[in-house]
Design a protein around this ligand. Structure first.
Ligand code: AGP
Length: 614
């Protein structure tokens, strides 16, 4: 989750780099730094803490003018967040500077070898090993790009490296393995970055780099090669959102803006999914129908909120396709020696597309010859690139660390996948699929209806500001919504919050219930089965023991309303689609309570937007 930017062109590099680092602050970091290639050679500045510390340092001791440089915001892995461990790191010769995202897993042995040869290290980081190796290779190889390739072939683990050479001004060399890197193509200027937000104010033309690739950029162009030096294909694309989309648009937090963007994000994700004959088309699916027809098990792997989206998806996919569907925490998946065969379909869900736990899980699945479909919100990210197929959600940039539109669009993408599989397996036919799709297409308006009535949740946040613990209950697809509501509250307010299946109360959790304890309950629509009535009974059980019940139920639910201290009305939607409306009041409540508590809602403590380390 470090932020990286490199620039070469006519502008003052320091201005471009600091501005780019500012646009990546949301990624979570604990130090920042910059290096430029000036007439007198490399000039660096780096500080622990927030970017403001670096800016203050530069105000006191400005760097010399330069039109080429690299910058970095670091989230500490090897070595604490200190000035010395901040990036960029320079070689002992002072000729090369490098910034890095990821983890170099064999850094200890490489460091020992270098120290044995007399190299003195200035930091505890794995990154400095790359800097020292580059410093030695560039003397040997003569060019930074050749040195980069030689060094990359010695490194193990995940890395994006961006380097400059004091003796070759006007060029930047970058490399990637298992970590994001994107080139921004300007007119007479070029950018390399871990995130398009770093350069989007200058250009929306980008190039995604593939696995084990090196890129050399100069103001007039770029050249992509493999780690062994062969010319490699590059994939230019146009970034379809502009800077304003990455700004707050008048909201106090990115997260609040993103809560309100959900109807649009869902409708964009649904866009263009039916062909002229009304058949569902997912053009990113590059697995032929015959192969999908042979699928006899589906395993969804994800982390955090994405995992809860997978839990919702399980109900829909099994209901529509009658194929067994498991949902696994990605970091647990490969350690339990899962039963994966060539007829298993693995579905990964990841907003960032860079979550290391999820990436390692699909690597494991592919080693077992399973097909992998990625549900992802980030074009060109590592996870979709390493999958057999991808369904992109079109939520636009999700900047707030706490995922909101990522969650609801992930659920929608999973519904699309489930319907597509049902269509291929002929467990659902054209008219049924079209009916379900048209139900889905009505959801953005119903979500908007919920968004228009959130004052009640703002009042609730004020009422609950002194609470130390809150419970969330649900059944069926309401259970993952309860888990997600609890996670939002934990992430943002730092309070104890826990989600349970409502039916589990009597097996232990009900002991937690005491006078005045807020218990949120997601009530399924009234319908044929007993699901609804059982949840209403659960509300009575907790209320009888003093709980303060916040009941989220569909309008007109007169059976649930009498047991609600606070009744939160939801629009009527089919049971399977209820998470898309039920989660919104819980997202907003968590955002509001955290705001009242004075927390940084967009960058909660200890968290990062994308967890690119295992
Ligand atoms: C959710 O609010 C958290 N930010 C976190 O649980 C997140 O969902 C998880 O880390 C997965 O991230 P991904 O979707 O980018 O893979």
């Amino acid at each position: 989750m470090c932020g990286i930017i490199g620039y070469v062109g006519p502008r003052q590099a320091q201005d471009v780099i600091i501005g780019g680092l500012r646009r990546m602050e949301y990624r979570g970091y604990d130090s920042a730094g910059i290096a430029v290639v000036a007439d007198a050679g490399l000039a660096l500045a780096k500080k622990a803490g927030k970017l403001a510390n670096l800016v203050a340092e530069l105000a006191e001791s400005p760097l010399p003018p330069s039109t080429q440089g690299i910058g970095h915001t670091r989230w500490a892995t090897h070595g604490g967040p200190t000035d010395g461990n901040a990036h960029p790191h320079a070689s002992q010769t002072g000729r090369v500077a490098v910034v890095h995202n990821g983890i170099i897993e064999n850094f200890a042995s490489l460091r020992a070898d270098l120290e044995a040869e007399g190299v003195t290290f200035a930091s505890e980081t794995d990154t400095e090993v790359a800097a020292q190796l580059l410093g030695r290779e560039v003397e040997r190889a003569g060019s930074l790009v050749d040195a980069m390739r030689a060094v990359c072939n010695r490194l193990e683990g995940a890395f994006t490296l961006v380097a400059v050479d004091a003796l070759s001004p006007g060029r930047i060399v970058a490399a990637r393995r298992n970590s994001p890197l994107v080139v921004g193509v300007g007119v007479g200027e070029m950018f390399v970055a871990s995130d398009v937000a770093a350069f989007i104010e200058y250009t929306r033309e980008a190039v995604e780099l593939g696995q084990d690739q090196v890129v050399e950029v100069t103001p007039d162009g770029y050249e992509v090669t493999s780690f062994t030096g062969e010319a490699a294909p590059s994939h230019p694309y146009h970034i379809d959102w502009d800077l304003s989309a990455a700004e707050k648009g008048g909201y106090d937090w990115f997260m609040r803006k993103e809560i309100f963007e959900q109807p649009r994000a869902v409708s964009d994700t649904l866009l263009g999914r039916l062909d002229g004959e009304g058949r569902l088309v997912l053009d990113e699916i590059r697995i032929d129908d015959a192969e999908l027809r042979r699928v006899d098990k589906i395993v969804i792997v994800a982390c955090g909120t994405a995992f809860y989206a997978g839990m919702v998806a399980k109900y829909a996919i099994e209901h529509w396709t009658r194929v067994p569907c498991e949902v696994e925490i990605a970091s647990e998946f490969r350690y339990r020696d899962p039963i994966i065969t060539p007829t298993t379909l693995v579905v990964t869900i990841s907003q960032s597309g860079e979550t290391a736990d999820t990436l390692m899980a699909i690597r494991h699945a592919r080693e077992q010859h399973a097909k992998v479909i990625a549900i992802c919100n980030t074009n060109g990210a590592t996870i979709p690139r390493e999958s057999d197929a991808v369904i992109y959600t079109h939520a636009g940039p999700e900047i707030g660390v706490a995922s909101t539109k990522g969650f609801t669009t992930q659920i929608v993408a999973c519904y699309l996948l489930g319907l597509y599989l049902a269509q291929v397996k002929e467990t659902k036919y054209g008219d049924e699929i079209r009916d379900l799709l048209s139900e889905l297409e009505q959801l953005p308006a119903k979500m908007q209806h919920v968004l228009d009535g959130l004052d009640q949740m703002a009042g609730l946040a004020r009422d609950f500001i002194g609470c130390k613990s809150l419970l969330f209950l649900g059944r069926h697809v309401g259970y993952p919504v309860a888990l997600e509501g609890a996670l939002k509250l934990k992430e943002l307010s730092y309070l104890h919050a826990e989600g349970f299946p409502a039916g589990e109360l009597k097996h232990g959790p009900i002991a937690l219930v005491e006078d005045g304890l807020p218990v949120f309950v997601v009530v399924p629509p009234q319908g044929r089965d007993q699901l609804h009535d059982k949840v209403v009974s659960n509300i009575q059980e907790v209320r009888a023991r003093g709980a303060l019940t916040v009941v989220l139920a569909e309008e007109g639910d007169d059976e649930a309303r009498p047991y609600a201290d606070i009744f939160v009305e939801l629009p009527k939607v089919p049971t399977l689609f209820q998470p898309l409306v039920a989660v919104i009041p819980l997202q907003f409540f968590a955002c509001e309570l955290a705001t009242l508590l004075g927390h940084d809602v967009d960058q909660p403590r200890n968290l990062a937007k994308s967890v690119t380390v295992e």
